[in-house]
Ligand binder design. Structure first.
Ligand code: AMP
Ligand code: MG
Length: 341
């Protein structure tokens, strides 16, 4: 090798090392779901270290938010109706955020619905349809705005119990993004049981392509291309039971205390914040397509894809050029003030 060739070789090696990103993926089970994190880092050692930090953070959050682990903060709160100061900062942050979302969604998102959901058997999978009287009785203790948070600590009224299952994975994804940023990671994809969080772009500069499930045939109904966004879906098909020909899904209408019977099969929310996307996907499902679109028009700070029971795909205009329909559903684009077929 002559001198010039050697210099070119060094230059190419340098460029390769400085641009080259190594992919590291880890999968684990936490928050009752299978999670996969894929991180692009300068070395596999760095990638592994970051993946480990992500897993530790998610497990730490689970140990705060779990309704079933007997030493979690939420378990203690549900059983003793009180936890004293200092309240774990993450619980306090998620509680504040959830209270905001309870207000903004007119109560469609309500973590205090837990005793009702449990009565239907969704926590144990021993499903049953409770009596109308029993549902009304349990609904009396589901006013989430009544959770008291003061200088002494956090207090629930008698009969009240909380479950952050509709927002916890999105919140965990936000915390994971903070870890990625602190580690200088510019490109990563987090899959927290179907809650997707895309960080930056792909290392080659292209957008991440995320599929939205076809609720009937399997495969994808559409794909969306995103950069630095959460893509979170709530689907009635994810968990349900059937009795006497009626399907009862795991997403509940807090007004009735019954599984939602809205005209939607799934709701996907696309925005930067994982917790906002997660809380909204559940709430907009309950609102149904008309309510969801009305909500969007007064709060146009996110994008959405609704799949209705009539196989209609309704999506916000912000996704124009970024959504690729992959199933033969009728399509409607929704701007802040009109619909277009
Ligand atoms: P997600 O998959 O994010 O829509 O969350 C659904 C889970 O949140 C359910 O399995 C229930 O445990 C709980 N949940 C159901 N309906 C609601 C609701 N209206 N508000 C808050 N949490 C709910
Ligand atoms: Mg949710």
């Amino acid at each position: 090798m002559n001198k010039n060739t050697f210099v070119i070789f060094l230059l190419i090696s340098f460029l390769f090392i400085s641009c080259g990103q190594v992919k590291t993926s880890e999968s684990f089970t936490a928050m009752n779901t299978y999670m996969t994190v894929s991180v692009f880092a300068p070395s596999s050692k760095k990638g592994k270290q970051v993946c480990r930090e992500l897993q530790e953070k998610v497990c730490e959050l689970e140990s705060v938010l779990s309704t079933t682990l007997s030493d979690s903060d939420v378990y203690q709160l549900n059983h003793n109706k009180f936890i004293s100061e200092p309240v774990t900062p993450e619980l306090s942050e998620l509680l504040d955020f959830s209270k905001q979302m309870y207000g903004r969604t007119g109560g469609a998102f309500n973590p205090a619905l837990y005793p009702v959901i449990r009565e239907w058997g969704f926590t144990t999978e021993e499903y049953k349809v409770p009596s109308a009287e029993r549902i009304q009785e349990l609904l009396l203790n589901t006013d989430f705005s009544k959770v008291e948070c003061n200088t002494e600590g956090l207090r629930l009224s008698d009969g009240m119990e909380l479950d952050f299952g509709a927002v916890g994975k999105g919140y965990a994804a936000d915390k994971a993004v903070e870890i990625l940023k602190a580690n200088g990671i510019k490109s990563a994809l987090l899959d927290f049981g179907g809650n997707i969080q895309a960080v930056g772009k792909k290392p080659d500069g292209s957008l991440w392509r995320v599929g939205i499930k076809n609720p009937w045939e399997g495969g994808a109904a559409a794909a969306i291309s995103v950069e630095s966004k959460a893509v979170v879906t709530s689907g009635g098909y994810e968990r349900f039971f059937e009795k006497d020909g009626v399907r009862y899904i795991h997403i509940f209408d807090p007004k009735t205390g019954c599984p939602s019977s809205s005209n939607l099969e799934s709701v996907t929310i696309i925005c930067e914040s994982g917790r906002y996307a997660d809380a909204l996907s559940t709430a907009l499902f309950v609102m149904g397509s008309e309510g969801a679109v009305a909500f969007y028009r007064t709060n146009p700070d996110f994008d959405f894809v609704l799949i209705t029971k009539e196989r209609k795909l309704i999506y916000s205009a912000g996704l124009r050029g970024f959504i690729e329909p992959l199933a033969d559903f009728s399509r409607v684009e929704c701007t802040a003030d009109s619909f277009e077929n």
